[in-house]
Write a protein that binds this ligand. Structure first.
Ligand code: FES
Length: 326
């Protein structure tokens, strides 16, 4: 068995985390592989909140976040599934090269897409690789005796974890392979749920926006809506907004397609940063006024709801203007 040369020291984004061994590599589709990681000493791994992700280091410099697919309850192993993105930053390609016996540095699991403890039913909606955190929610709901149903959209031949979803959910799983069927099923399910049902959606940004917009149009309150983006690679350009730096007395425009971090750096501000993907937490900034559009995987749901901090490498503004303590 060949053990690939891997980083010998942890990236700061995974410092204080774990060093785990690859114990299984399983192709799910032509472009998605599942990777199972365990503690080399055989110890159980830290439990996690359903919908959590791991930050995994690749090379000396790179880190990426991947959703865990298990329920999170006393896990003996962590499993992530990785979509190969040829034109990405190289993280997914490096993950696809991992082999059994390799050791990787990972963070402790982080939660940014937690289930609502008060939900009486979980309506889960996944597109493509978005199935990974959704599967975690479905497993956790089954463990806890809460009901869940899943609408899973995938292209023919490109569905990961389909068999597991079928076994787990039985008739509560609806598989959709085209937009028309999906819209029909989604409409029907969104209009027939009780008030205790919470909606969770993961997939491409445009897909999530369309699901959440329809739910809002049909009267779902924001407290019942939960979503998770894949990470910075999937983020769209966003809308332009203005930012006021209160201590510096500067007012800057953040154009669409340019990050707040880039804008601040161009204006001569030195902002600590490492990953520039919303993962490591280095570029956190205090917000004084306005509502950030949180697009990171670092802040918890609670911290995002407080709107007093934001990660300026990926997050933008819901309002035309933001005021920062800078
Ligand atoms: S630089 Fe890592 S979260 Fe912004």
């Amino acid at each position: 068995m060949t053990v690939t040369a891997l980083p010998i020291s942890p990236h700061p984004a995974v410092d204080g985390g774990l060093r785990l061994e690859v114990t299984n590599v399983k192709p799910q589709t032509d472009s998605i592989v599942s990777i199972t990681l365990t503690d080399p000493s055989g110890k159980n791994l830290p439990s996690y909140v359903p919908g959590s992700h791991l930050v995994v280091q690749y090379g000396e410099e790179g880190v990426n976040a991947y959703s865990l697919t298990g329920s999170g309850n006393a896990p003996s192993e962590y499993t992530i599934s990785v979509l190969r993105v040829e034109e990405g930053t190289g993280g997914s390609m490096a993950m696809h090269r991992l082999m059994v016996g390799d050791r990787v540095f990972v963070s402790r699991p982080r939660s940014a897409f937690a289930p609502a403890s008060t939900a009486t039913h979980h309506l889960l909606v996944a597109a493509g690789i978005g199935i990974t955190p959704i599967l975690s929610h479905a497993r956790a709901a089954a463990d806890r005796g809460t009901t869940s149903s899943l609408i899973y959209v995938y292209r023919p031949g490109a569905g990961a974890h389909v068999e597991e979803a079928r076994q787990l959910l039985g008739p509560a799983l609806t598989e959709c392979r085209n937009r028309e069927t999906f819209q029909q099923v989604l409409n029907e399910q969104l209009t027939t749920q009780g008030v205790g049902t919470h909606l969770y959606v993961c997939g491409p940004i445009a897909f999530m926006d369309s699901v959440l917009d329809l739910a809002r149009d049909l009267g779902w309150g924001s407290a019942r809506l939960h979503s998770e983006a894949f990470g910075a690679a999937e983020l769209d350009d966003g809308e332009p907004f203005m930012v006021n730096l209160v201590r510096s007395g500067l007012r800057l425009e953040v154009p669409a397609g340019t990050s707040l971090l880039d804008t601040l750096e161009k204006a001569g501000k030195s902002i600590p940063n490492m990953c520039r993907k919303g993962i490591c937490g280095e570029c956190i900034l205090p917000v004084l006024k306005g509502t950030p559009q949180h697009r990171d995987l670092y802040l918890t749901d609670q911290e995002k709801a407080e709107n007093t901090t934001m990660m300026c490498c990926v997050s933008r503004s819901e309002d035309p203007e933001l005021e920062l303590d800078l």
